[in-house]
Design a protein around this ligand. Sequence first.
Ligand code: CP3
Length: 340
Amino acid sequence: MIKNDLFLRALKGETVNRPPVWMMRQAGRYLPEFMEIRKKYDFFTRCQTPELASEITVQPIQRYGMDAAILFSDILVIPQAMNIEVQMKPDFGPYLPNPIRSQKDLDNVIVPDVHETLGYVMDAIKMTKEKLNNEVPLIGFAGSPWTILCYCVQGQGSKSFDKAKELCFTQPLVAHALLQKITDTTIAYLKAKIKAGVNAVQVFDSWGGMLSPTDYQEFSWKYIQQIIDALKEEAPIIVFGKGCWFALNEMSKSGASALGVDWTCSARNARYLTGGNITLQGNFDPARLFSPPSEIKKMVTQMINEFGKDKYIVNLGHGILPNIPLENAKAFIDAVKEYH
Ligand code: CP3
């Protein structure tokens, strides 16, 4: 049994004294203890070494006491396992030297045995569970098929993901076949993570907001729904679609346990679009953590009042930025714990 089960109770929609809190990308570069490990090991070594991944996962919990931990890893371990080379270049981000642009490229993409190729993630989960000692739940995650396709086709980060969209609109059969391979791999991967011990999973659709509402249905949501259908009996699922407020109504009927919201959608609008019945997570503007701690605390209290303390998980509207002062991150977490 997990000692602090506030997060799991909020996912079930139970009544709580205060909402739970965690931060997307909480295991990251704003933490000096993370930077220490980062100096010594490159990115994928950190992901692939269970001792390091588990250590990095528990760092923010030890410092701030969030109500949930999220496994240190990356969404791009999936294309790696599918036989697509992924590098993480310092000061540049992900780089995929052989992007998928044709049926011929797609033919080399495999649906792997996830235990064989991603066994290190399952080992990291088991080691993290030991370190957490049942204090708080552990979240596992994956990128949405569309967001993974964006990197596989574009070959790197982008402001528009124009090459990814071009593939979808000029060679839709290739795009859909790639999306289905990613979906099948992701389902097997998340099932294995749940079996290894994660208590909930989050699907990050970081680039869903690049698509029009109609294209979102065809190229992103269809595949996320497959993932939900395959997993909903096994663990609670959170779907976070950045820029996807237009899909909140459909998402609320999907079987997901909670929906992420970014800061461009008001609490009132998010509640309205989702019919008021599903747990919502978000939506503090990550850049607002630059405000003075006293102001952060006021804004967090107001945010909880707007969403309501029940069926709500306090979080940022996207990942924490690398240069946020430590005391500002602390003010964000403390404001939730002090809420009454
Ligand atoms: O939330 C957590 O603390 C768990 C760890 C986590 C990482 N990546 C570690 C990471 C999670 C949940 C992710 C998800 C992820 N990765 C997403 C979806 C969430 C989002 O932010 O939209 C995406 C799009 C990626 C792909 C990715 N990984 C990018 C674009 C980058 C480079 C940009 C950057 O922030 O540096 C990464 C690298 C990465 N993944 C870092 C971390 C801590 C930073 C690089 C480093 O530590 O050397």
